[in-house]
Design a protein around this ligand. Structure first.
Ligand code: ZN
Length: 452
């Protein structure tokens, strides 16, 4: 153990992080699909064909089945960078998604194609495809010691998975399928819950307005609560902040209804057009958690509001860096100072991890923050890799030597903030805290937790 007794903090090691029990409360279901899993889904659904030539080499091409004409990709293979190789067994090596540099739009398009429900058919087409994806995620949870996780998925996927059922029955089948999956995860000591997540913008390609779709979401969650209680535990909305059709006023009625049902409410905010939009999100919607929220740094009003209302920021710094970390700033004596756009700030992209507002919001402003992985296989990284990076232990995302990196005491705070903010049952909290207390004791971390 390396303890820095001078400051009373414990320096994190890779071993400690590997051994840490964690909660990952912000994960998009399609975001757990690695490029290789997406490839396997493409093969399963004949969107990709692989053939062995006479000389023994493998080649791939678009399969006999096509994507919908509405899909932004002409061929399923277009979701991948084409510089991969097929090995001696016909398996792709070094396969990556073709996400354009810092482009949320290209990321969103690929995710929708893999998920398959926006313009079917896509990567996921059957109940077995979904189980295939979920059980690969279970393996990952076990490996990473994820005690509790919330996966976000649009309930609408039910119509794709159960095409022979009427809509109500299809949704019912989905709730029961999710229940079965929750039980399977539980048998491995992983507590899984689901959130209904929908794209709040026009990109959803729906004729219904966002207002109508949020109310519909509340109805579905009420229905799910009756059929499979405790499985779908809250609501989430996503999509580009620029599109005004998805702004908070249109989400409010549905979110209020979900809150009345006693279910959890989270929304994305503060990752795109600026702190003004984030303030609108946190003031309009009855949320206890906001995803990302790093643009809070642009305005002290947002920081104070988050503190006063005990709202948890679920932060995912690495995916922000990968998809474009944008802040509004003013330049003062050669230094960028975060500043709201409406107060004269101008948009600047940041590319270094140490510039991410996470550090200041957490260490200086003491906001209630936890970490998530968002899309661990899809533009983002796993929760454990996120912690390595913030602790200065990841070679890909380096921090300057003298930088105040994340220490073990701070990681405990992030973990406790995470379990306190879950939408699942209260009783899970004690189970997790016991595991965390054990870790604290094992590594002689300088803090204690109240197990009550
Ligand atoms: Zn997200």
């Amino acid at each position: 153990m390396t303890s820095n007794f001078l400051n009373g903090v414990t320096i994190l090691t890779q071993e400690m992080i590997d051994d840490l029990p964690v909660c990952d409360i912000h994960v998009h279901l399609p975001g757990v699909i690695s490029p290789n899993t997406a490839w396997d889904l493409g093969l399963r659904n004949k969107l990709i064909s692989v053939e062995r030539k006479e000389n023994g080499e493998y080649i791939c091409f678009s399969g006999p089945n096509s994507l919908s004409i509405e899909d932004p990709h002409e061929h399923y293979l277009d979701i991948f960078n084409r510089d991969f190789q097929l090995d001696a067994n016909g398996q792709p090596q070094n396969l990556k998604y073709a996400i354009d540099f810092e482009s949320f739009k290209s990321f969103d398009r690929i995710m929708a194609t893999v998920q398959g429900h926006r313009n079917p058919p896509g990567g996921i087409q059957t109940k077995d495809d979904l189980l295939f994806v979920l059980y690969r995620y279970l393996e990952e949870c076990i490996k990473q010691k994820i005690f509790y996780t919330e996966l976000q998925q649009n309930i609408k996927i039910a119509y794709l998975l159960f095409p022979d059922e009427n809509r109500e029955n299809a949704r019912k089948q989905l709730y029961l399928l999710f229940q079965e999956v929750v039980e399977k995860f539980q048998s491995y000591g992983v507590h899984l819950r689901f959130l209904h997540c929908f794209n709040k913008t026009k990109a959803a390609g729906e004729s219904k307005s966002t207002h109508e779709r949020t109310l519909e979401a509340a109805l579905w969650l009420e229905e799910a609560k009756k059929i499979a209680p405790g499985v779908l535990v809250g609501i989430e909305s996503a999509g580009h902040e620029k599109d005004q059709t998805g702004w908070p006023i249109h989400l409010k009625a549905g979110y209020d209804r979900v809150r009345e049902l006693g279910l959890g409410c989270e929304a994305h905010g503060g990752e795109g057009i600026g702190v003004e939009h984030m303030l609108d999100v946190i003031k309009t919607l009855p949320i206890t958690r906001v995803a990302h929220g790093f643009q809070a740094i642009e305005d002290s009003e947002a920081i104070e509001y988050l503190k006063d209302n005990k709202i948890t920021l679920v932060m995912m710094p690495i995916i922000n860096l990968n998809l474009g970390l944008c802040l509004h700033v003013k330049e003062k004596e050669g230094v960028y100072v975060p500043f709201a756009k409406t107060k004269g700030g101008e948009k600047v992209h940041f590319r270094k991890l140490e510039q991410h507002p996470f550090f200041e919001l957490f260490k200086k402003h003491k906001l209630k923050i936890t970490l998530g992985s968002d899309n661990p296989e899809f533009g983002g990284v796993s929760i454990k890799k996120t912690i390595y990076a913030l602790a200065g232990l990841d070679s890909e995302y380096q921090l300057p030597e003298n930088f105040d990196k994340l220490n073990a005491e701070e990681v405990v705070t992030l973990c406790l903030n995470g379990i306190e903010a879950i939408f699942g049952e209260e009783k899970l909290k004690t189970g997790y805290k016991k595991l965390l207390a054990h870790w604290i004791e094992k590594y002689q971390v300088n803090c204690s937790i109240n197990l009550a």
